[in-house]
Design a protein around this ligand. Structure first.
Ligand SMILES: *Cc1c(COP(=O)(O)O)cnc(C)c1O
Length: 443
């Protein structure tokens, strides 16, 4: 077992510690919490809350750091669109040289809309439909990562019918424990993802015979929010051994897709450096004459975003101070779904320095799971005070729902001293725009 989650007894970092560890955030006596050069209060005033805000600078910096760490390898970053598929984010990362890893037709269309060329797009996922595969073949994307013999057969049939040849990587399930949350581990034998090590050689040979298929390599993705290099080294070591076996059998293996999954320090956990990931890749796959793909999502987008919320009221029970926010699990589901820890800091400079005491920070949705934090030290806050829920750039907005008929929140991007609205708050009428009432009810 890899101990990637801190023991419960570790004290939570304070708000000021969380801010100090995030280069795009600073607390100013007058302006309160500032992202790059923009006081977040200005955005909250203009857009209302809840609203998502992303730092363009952080997205750019992190992509640059990762690319620099991979220098010398024939490696290319394909951003995992599912972490945050906003076209402004895709466009920014594409301008920095990133391609895309998509897992659905919708993400493929988003990537194309953002100007990412098909030659920079890889398609992953365990259940691609015939329609999605047809779209991928029509667009002639770089590579399709296949997750089963059944999918391979389907792809062959579709490609043959379209007189196309699909470049295919087989996704290996290396049976490695990524030491992450059960709901985001993907590389264990009992998970639905990938093809077992034992089955790969015969399936690779089969793929080479199939019409419409050109096997080009292997793919592996073992999970998400991974904080140590050990599972990567283990998985890549197994892929390298497998690759040797395939080449010895006379197969061409040109590319290895190393997946994503690098974690971030939500609670001050030491975050793996890009150089560590690059090192794990170099030591296992670096000298095999391969083209390499890395597919980070969370690591690029997570720290860049936050969710602005306002305090609706403070509810005191004999046991607990409940800070009730206007943001909820329908906006940011990670705490409810994965027991995720997110830093929560006041926007106001005066609020930030008030004495702290334990509080449960919750949303207004009718579910006990609608809790952002339990027993968290937070300053006394009055109704209408604002807070930022940190590190919400990945698996935040994209996982939002309209549960409780709560419209999707607005989104903004900050770049230096400039900021722009990148999504309007969804209007109520949009909630029922595509509904209809049967004619017999209205007669
Ligand atoms: C989700 C996913 C990623 C990105 O995972 P992160 O943890 O966000 O880095 C990369 N590759 C594949 C195949 C995925 O499913």
């Amino acid at each position: 077992m890899i101990a990637s989650r801190p023991a419960r007894s570790n004290p939570d970092p304070t708000g000021l510690e969380l801010i100090a560890a995030r280069p795009h955030l600073s607390m100013h006596a007058m302006d309160g919490l500032v992202m790059e050069g923009v006081p977040l209060t200005a955005i909250a005033d203009a857009l209302g809350t809840p609203s998502w805000v992303y730092s363009a600078g952080i997205l750019r910096n992190r992509l640059g750091m990762l690319q620099a760490a991979l220098a010398g390898l024939d490696a290319h970053v394909h951003y995992a669109v599912k972490a945050n598929g906003h076209r402004a984010i895709l466009r920014l990362l594409a301008a920095g040289g990133a391609g895309a890893d998509v897992v659905s037709e919708g993400e493929l269309l988003r990537a194309r809309e953002a100007g990412i060329p098909p030659s920079q797009i890889v398609f992953s996922g365990v259940g691609k439909t015939a329609r999605e595969i047809t779209r991928a073949l029509t667009e002639d994307i770089a590579q399709i990562n296949v997750e089963s013999a059944e999918e391979l057969a389907m792809l062959s049939g579709l490609a043959q019918a379209m007189a196309r040849v699909a470049r295919v990587a087989l996704r290996v399930n290396p049976d490695v424990d990524a030491g992450t949350h059960e709901k985001i581990t993907t590389g264990r034998a009992h998970n639905k993802f990938g093809i077992s090590l034992a089955e790969i050689p015969s399936l690779y040979a089969h793929a080479a015979q199939l019409p419409g298929i050109r096997p080009v390599g292997l793919a592996v993705h073992i999970g998400s929010q991974i904080l140590t290099m050990r599972p990567y080294t283990a998985a890549y070591g197994r892929v390298a051994a497998l690759l040797g076996e395939l080449r010895a059998a006379g197969h061409d293996v040109e590319v290895v897709d190393c997946g994503g999954g690098i974690g971030i320090g939500y609670r001050g956990e030491p975050e793996p450096a890009p150089a560590a990931l690059a090192g794990a890749i170099r030591s296992t796959l670096g000298r095999l004459g391969l083209r390499l793909i890395v597919e980070p999502g969370r690591w690029l987008a997570g720290p860049a975003g936050l969710l602005l919320a306002s305090v609706v009221l403070i509810k005191r029970t004999p046991r607990t101070r409940f800070v009730v926010l206007d943001a909820a699990m329908n906006d940011l589901v990670r705490p409810a779904m994965y027991d995720a820890w997110h830093g929560i800091v006041p926007l106001g400079a005066a609020d930030a320095v008030r004495p702290s005491s334990a509080a449960d920070i919750v949303g207004p949705v009718c579910e006990t799971g609608d809790t952002f934090a339990r027993n968290r030290l937070l300053p006394e806050l009055a109704p209408n005070a604002r807070v930022a829920i940190l590190d919400a750039g990945a698996y935040g907005s994209v996982m939002s729902s309209t549960y409780n008929a709560r419209p999707l929140a607005a989104e903004a991007m900050v770049d230096g001293a400039a900021w722009a609205t990148i999504r309007e708050r969804q209007p109520y009428r949009a909630l029922w725009e595509y509904e209809s009432v049967p004619a017999w009810q209205t007669r």
